[in-house]
Design a binder for this molecule. Structure first.
Ligand code: SF4
Ligand code: SF4
Length: 355
């Protein structure tokens, strides 16, 4: 059955004031306040941006959603998780500073910020899914405690998934470091001999005692379960991982993670996607990037597959070609959509309602 996707259209000339107004309108037309539950928290999942990037959804575009969620009686709270890679979002404290620097602090939005995978990005609960790639998925530990979620995404290309929209925002953004590694098919860690200062921190944190530190960290690969803890806690960034570049698996694995993460939310999950300053890569590299298409507007839906499908269709229609497949020829963005539909995450069929 076709899912409904609402579109508030705008273009490159749109003022911020107008975009904010249209954000509120599309939220209302799509009935997104339906995710709000009286007196209860509502998670608002977005990307706070890497230092140096200018392409995440800025807080003033999200403010109309926060205001309306409050008016509907819920208590919105920004939720995020630590990144797999090193940088200014790799743990809750650094990530919080980044969020505040980008205007997401309470003093600006009236909305608290919490990191649902703990201080170091290693807190999760296993949720059974029984799917093609995974029997269980690692859901960020505190996320199941929040009864509803509004996922606010910035559409981008992606070097492994082809496209990054609502599915990727959920799959990568609401899991622990271990879950991110599983989706990337990360191999075992390696220690940079020149960097290790033999402090022993990694050995103390390793959950399976796979590390010994005589004069530098040595990892027993038979015992290692590739959880990523050591990468997170090393104070001098001496540990790294090789990530798989199997794009087909990656896309399907993201769909399975999104499915597992949203499993208990049912009709309490809404999705809003901005096709605004859309770039070839996701927001994570932390650099200014060229736009790949004109600004096209804001989409809203209760279906993460339908909203991603509608977003790529709008971009491709505006360009008269398959922009994402052309940009990333070794990926298949349709994999995450097709697998998402197969496993019941949502529908690729949609009815586009222009407001
Ligand atoms: S990845 Fe996890 S299991 Fe492997 S050595 Fe590091 S902390 Fe231990
Ligand atoms: S935490 Fe880092 S520096 Fe310390 S022993 Fe482990 S690898 Fe070496």
């Amino acid at each position: 059955m076709a899912s409904k996707v609402w579109l508030a259209q705008f273009d490159d000339e749109e003022t911020d004031e107008s975009i904010v107004r249209k954000a509120g309108e599309v939220f209302e037309k799509a009935g997104m306040a339906g995710v709000a539950q009286d007196g209860k928290s509502c998670a608002v999942k977005t990307h706070f941006g890497e230092p140096g990037d200018d392409s995440h959804v800025p807080p003033h575009f999200i403010q109309p959603f926060l205001d309306r969620l409050k008016e509907a009686g819920s208590k919105p709270v920004f939720v995020e998780t630590s990144t797999l890679y090193k940088g200014q979002r790799a743990n809750a404290v650094d990530h919080f500073h980044t969020a505040v620097e980008h205007g997401f602090g309470y003093e600006n939005t009236g909305c608290p910020v919490t990191f649902v995978d703990g201080m170091q990005g290693n807190y999760h609960v296993e949720v059974e899914v029984g799917l093609k790639h995974f029997d269980t998925v690692a859901v960020a530990g505190d996320f199941p405690l929040i009864p509803s979620v509004l996922v606010v995404s910035h559409l981008t290309g992606h070097e492994l998934g082809g496209v990054g929209g609502a599915i990727k925002n959920v799959a990568m953004g609401l899991t622990s470091r271990s879950g991110k590694m599983r989706q990337h098919d990360a191999g075992k860690p390696h220690v940079d001999e020149g960097e290790c200062i033999a402090c022993g921190t990694c050995a103390r944190w390793c959950p399976v005692s796979a590390i010994e530190v005589p004069d530098m960290a040595q990892i027993d690969f038979e015992t290692c379960i590739a959880c990523g803890e050591c990468l997170a806690v090393c104070p001098v960034d001496a540990i790294d991982f090789e990530w798989s570049e199997n794009a087909d698996n990656f896309s399907e694995q993201m769909a399975e993670y999104a499915y597992g993460i949203l499993q208990d939310k049912e009709s309490a999950a809404g999705f809003i996607t901005f096709i605004h300053h859309t770039t070839q890569e996701c927001n994570c590299p932390g650099k200014e990037m060229d736009r790949i298409c004109p600004d096209l507007g804001i989409l809203a839906s209760y279906d993460p597959v339908a909203i991603d499908q509608a977003a790529v269709d709008l971009v491709n229609e505006s360009a008269g070609k398959d922009v994402f497949q052309t940009m990333w020829p070794n990926t298949s963005y349709t994999g995450q959509l097709a697998h998402g539909e197969r496993i019941g995450l949502g529908s690729r069929e949609y009815e586009l309602i222009r407001i």
